[in-house]
Design a protein. Structure first.
Length: 289
């Protein structure tokens, strides 16, 4: 996608192939092609669901929206005020297509649907009361996003929870619900959050501590950022992270800093090696200049 962004003048990004397994089924050549990605991805997902309606299936659908460079199909661009709104509208359309397919196939009561994102909004978008945004320091606007879970008959309609969880929790949760075994030959950081999804009375987050890369840590209502002399925020009273109380809560700072240091030490000792491909060959010709 980035070859249609202004940054392409500097970096000369390669063409974007569309793959089905190992086969190239198309190439995104221009903005008009990119505008069709949401529909193509959605059609593929719905087709996959129909083909596998009689057996368990898993679909992971990360749309190219909502993201720079911003393109959407003409029908959405024509009725939207701007490109961002058009991408939001088409993402909503895509979600509706998938839910409609599940209803049509009588699979809605057998299927858990999760709608979420991977980070907060980019610069120029509203974070509401939250400080920061995508790509910046690890304030709440950087990583906090809403999540919607849909499973008629299992998840009470209209229920709302404010316990904290993470996308790392989805793997163990799905495994638990599917009756699958979690691997024991590696560290799995996520935890089963099915009790939160099902809005069970009194359900709490299974995590005592959350870490934000090697830069921050949250325990309960307290969040510590390892910036300068340290920043400490009470997220129950100060969700916007405007009032640094580190100087007034030295014991909290010490406890959280120690947790963060142990976390960093664990990362250094137990991180898996980065994956790489020996002698890689481009799928499509590209000068790279």
């Amino acid at each position: 996608m980035w070859r249609f962004h202004r940054l392409n003048d500097k970096y000369n990004f390669p063409p974007l192939p569309l793959l089905r397994n190992d086969d190239v089924i198309g190439v995104v050549e221009d903005g008009d092609d990119q505008a069709m990605l949401c529909k193509q991805f959605t059609d593929e997902a719905v087709s996959f669901i129909r083909k596998n309606k009689d057996r368990p299936f898993f679909v992971y659908l990360p749309q190219a929206f909502i993201h720079h460079p911003r393109f959407a199909r003409r029908e959405f661009m024509e009725r939207a005020e701007n490109e961002t709104e058009a991408q939001i509208e088409e993402t909503d359309w895509s979600t509706g297509q998938i839910l409609n397919a599940l209803r049509e196939l009588d699979l809605e009561e057998k299927t858990l649907v999760i709608f979420t994102s991977d980070n907060g909004g980019s610069s120029g978008t509203s974070m509401g009361p939250l400080r920061g945004g995508k790509g910046g320091p690890v304030y709440e606007g950087h990583m906090r996003e809403p999540t919607i879970a849909w499973w008629p008959g299992r998840i009470p309609a209209g229920s709302v929870g404010d316990e904290i969880a993470s996308t790392i929790d989805l793997l163990p949760t799905f495994a638990k619900l599917a009756g699958a075994e979690i691997p024991t030959d590696r560290v799995i950081d996520g935890k089963d959050i099915s009790a939160l999804l099902f809005a069970e009375p009194g359900a709490k987050s299974p995590h005592d501590v959350f870490f934000y890369k090697a830069m921050g840590v949250r325990s309960g209502k307290w969040k510590f950022l390892d910036k300068g002399k340290g920043e400490l925020y009470d997220l129950e009273e100060d969700i916007g992270e405007r009032n640094n109380v580190a100087s007034r809560r030295p014991d909290n700072v010490k406890r959280l800093r120690n947790l963060l240091e142990r976390h960093v030490d664990d990362l250094e000792k137990n991180s898996r090696p980065a994956a790489f491909v020996e002698n890689p060959k481009p799928i499509l010709p590209h000068s790279g200049k």
